[in-house]
Design a protein around this ligand. Structure first.
Ligand code: FES
Ligand code: FES
Length: 153
């Protein structure tokens, strides 16, 4: 049986009738927020990363009903007034944009890290994005972009 739930995503409240076992990832994608991707669906790849009350989480491992009452930030909520977030701009400037599967999660993990620790060491940056996998390339440019934002702040 479906249950009516309320989710606060990117500052907007959504009322949705869902089956109680549906994941946050599924429900976000159902309401049109498709930036979070389904990669492994097992908590391993980070493609589904969103920020829940300031912490990066694998939304494929969170039930949508558990996310009620929390602030959910997805990649769609990062730009403001048509302006890219500084982390997004740095990814563009440093050639750190990769595919649409891994990049949203990388950027959100970077945001959660920099919000908590605005001046991370390179090691801390690497640790901060260690849950976000890309099997196609190295992480050098991504780390460079995140370090560049931290040095600007
Ligand atoms: S799809 Fe959630 S961690 Fe891979
Ligand atoms: S998974 Fe996105 S570029 Fe490798």
């Amino acid at each position: 049986m479906k249950q009516l739930i309320e989710l606060r995503v990117n500052g907007e409240v959504y009322e949705i009738a869902i089956q109680p076992w549906r994941t946050l990832l599924e429900v976000l994608r159902d309401i049109g927020l498709t930036g979070a991707k389904r990669g492994c669906d097992e908590g391993d790849c980070g493609a589904c990363t969103v920020i829940l009350d300031g912490k990066p989480v694998a939304s494929c491992l969170v039930l949508a009903i558990e996310a009620q009452g929390k602030d959910i930030l997805t990649i769609e909520g990062l730009a403001e007034d048509g302006q890219l977030h500084p982390i997004q701009s740095a990814f563009v400037e440093h050639g750190a944009i990769q595919c649409g599967f891994c990049t949203p999660g990388m950027i959100l993990s970077a945001k959660a890290l920099l919000d908590k620790n605005p001046r991370p060491t390179e090691e801390e940056v690497r640790k901060g994005i260690s849950g976000n996998l890309c099997r196609c390339t190295g992480y050098a440019k991504i780390v460079e972009a995140i370090m560049a934002v931290s040095q600007k702040s």
